[in-house]
Design a protein around this ligand. Sequence first.
Ligand SMILES: *Cc1c(COP(=O)(O)O)cnc(C)c1O
Length: 377
Amino acid sequence: MKAKTKLIHGIHIGDPLTGAVTVPIYQTSTYRQEGVGSHKGYEYSRTGNPTRAALEELMAVLEEGHAGFAFSSGMAAITAVMMLFSNGDHIILTDDVYGGTYRIMSKVLNRFGLEHTFVDTTKLEDIRAAIRPNTKAIYIETPTNPLLKVTDIAEAAKLAQEHDLLTIVDNTFMTSYFQSPISLGADIVLHSATKYLGGHSDVVAGVVVVNTEELAQRIHFIQNATGGVLGAQDSWLLMRGLKTLGIRMEEHERNARAIVEFLQSHPKVKNIYYPGLLTHPNYETAKRQATGFGAIVSFDVDSENTLEQLMRKLKYFTLAESLGAVESLISVPAKMTHASIPAQRREELGITDTLIRISIGIEDHEDLIEDLTQALQ
Ligand SMILES: *Cc1c(COP(=O)(O)O)cnc(C)c1O
């Protein structure tokens, strides 16, 4: 089955009871038992819900994993994965991970004795050098935000296997449509489904997919024990979004290519960060391990003046956090998502005060380019 068909037929569709073509929304917290302990597989909706179960099964198929789990947000999914570890364990993470991941590692889980080291995971030697006797996992986000650094998943997973570590990949930016970390050797894939998987800026959700029955049992135990599950309505919305993931990603990327070309020719635009550019330092890796380059693009403009003017004059790019939706969004990492990072560290990383990140939507790219042209004038 090819990728777009899988999004529609990856799991058996419909409702056997009525013939309804879509999965019903089972808006129920509990289930009647025939006798004590005798039930149809569902007892209580934190433990399991048929609408959520359909989404979880679909996500396992899409990520080529063994089992999927849906959470109330990307951060709830990440938290559940981190609950696999114990006091005294050590995790190696990509140095420019999502801000929320940085926050939970350095401000919450550290209080429970979970140790961490942030390294540039695009450099295999840096990962190797960070491995300690108590290291349990390598956590990769690729490409990263906002500089789109790409880590070689297969290489990192091989190193992890040699040291008996788990490989965990945040696949939010590429999605299961463009990148399949489990087939590259990862053990666990997770998503902020709030972004491309949902795709319409209308649901906050998270997903975890694992590659073995043993990990599936452990994550299900944690999901049920900690309780950050996705509700039935949101599970249904996410499934609706997923059906068009393929056509959306293709269109997002087509637009991204056109806009990158435009930006390259603009005198007020300086550095452009996009893994699909031949000049991107990780272009070869990006090309090898994914079937697309995505639609998140960052670039520097020539001055803070230009930046302010751009923000004021753009019509089709909404100034907002988040990404991966049908509508184009724009943000200023140094002032928004990455404001909590000290200025000097930001400068070292390349997150300058004139850096702009755009999440390119699925509008007609001619309109988006016209909008950028007038705003940069
Ligand atoms: C948004 C995001 C998260 C967090 O997900 P929420 O759904 O906002 O909790 C995690 N990782 C990445 C890469 C993200 O973009």
